[in-house]
Write a protein that binds this ligand. Structure first.
Ligand code: FE
Ligand code: FE
Ligand code: ZN
Length: 276
């Protein structure tokens, strides 16, 4: 069975997201841990978290994916922004233990002119400070489009980050189809080749989740503009190959397409109808 869901609003809590997912035919979902632009997080209601875990268990849910706020930048040139990233991720990861054994995704960051090498070393430093041997959450680096000074649009950069992390078993990668296409990886004409390269450079065992988005722009454009499934430059045929690829089909897929709930429901139905 295809494990698929979409990004949902967390404003009404955990159980509400689980019920919404069920309503639109999803068996997983993604949510922001707090306001995507940053700021304080709402207190977690342990009973609400437990109720979601029970709903997930009863309905064969795949792991859910928590997304860190966009403003979190572990490799900013400004020390106060790196400190904010550290405090936010520490807090997020302690909150994640109310919903144990799930996934937490973040954008590796933008080096803001410091250069890749310094950027990567700052990301590594943050991860080595926040990861705990006892945590049950797997922390995912998202593949980026390479906009501005973004780190993580090349597989080699993700590999360099993982190499520096001590607790490697807590780490993984979330592959965003729009972002890798934007980053110059031809998942339309050479999906096999891209995945062989990912395996060679990073290792497929680190691949834990897929953001399934079409792209408004051409391959290699570094723009990061998501399109609805089949309405962009990746296209429906490539999407069919992606969800059915032997290395990907068992992973959870999360839509981040420009949709409201009814649009997400249609895309979930569409992709389910293609799943072999
Ligand atoms: Fe993201
Ligand atoms: Fe994404
Ligand atoms: Zn994006």
């Amino acid at each position: 069975m295809l494990n698929i869901g979409c990004h949902l609003s967390s404003s009404k809590g955990f159980l509400d997201m689980g019920k919404t997912a069920l309503k639109i035919g999803a068996n997983t979902f993604q949510f922001f841990t707090r306001n995507p632009r940053g700021g304080a997080a709402k207190a977690i209601d342990p009973a609400d978290a437990k109720a979601l875990m029970e709903l997930m268990e009863a309905n064969d849910f795949a792991k859910i994916l928590a997304h860190a706020p966009y403003t979190l930048n572990p490799c900013s040139a400004k020390p106060e922004l790196r400190e904010f990233a550290l405090m936010t991720m520490k807090d997020d990861l302690s909150r994640m233990e109310y919903t144990p054994h799930q996934l937490y995704n973040f954008h590796p960051g933008s080096h803001t002119g410091q250069g890749l090498e310094i950027g990567i070393s700052q990301i590594v430093e943050l991860l080595n400070e926040v990861l705990r041997p006892e945590q049950t959450t797997t922390v995912l680096l998202e593949t980026m489009a390479g906009k501005g000074s973004e780190v993580g649009s090349k597989f080699e950069e993700l590999k360099a980050i993982i190499d520096g992390v001590k607790l490697k078993d807590k780490m993984g990668v979330c592959l965003d189809t729009c972002h890798v296409f934007d980053g110059g990886y031809d998942i339309v004409n050479d999906l096999d080749g891209v995945l062989v390269e990912f395996d060679k450079v990073v290792g497929l065992k680190y691949l834990k989740a897929i953001h399934i988005n079409d792209s408004l722009n051409d391959m290699g454009s570094h723009k990061d503009r998501h399109a609805c499934i089949g309405a962009g430059k990746i296209g429906l045929e490539a999407m069919k190959r992606i969800i059915n690829h032997k290395d990907l089909k068992a992973l959870p897929f999360y839509l981040e397409t420009p949709n409201e709930l009814d649009g997400y429901q249609k895309e979930i139905e569409l992709l389910r109808s293609f799943a072999k």
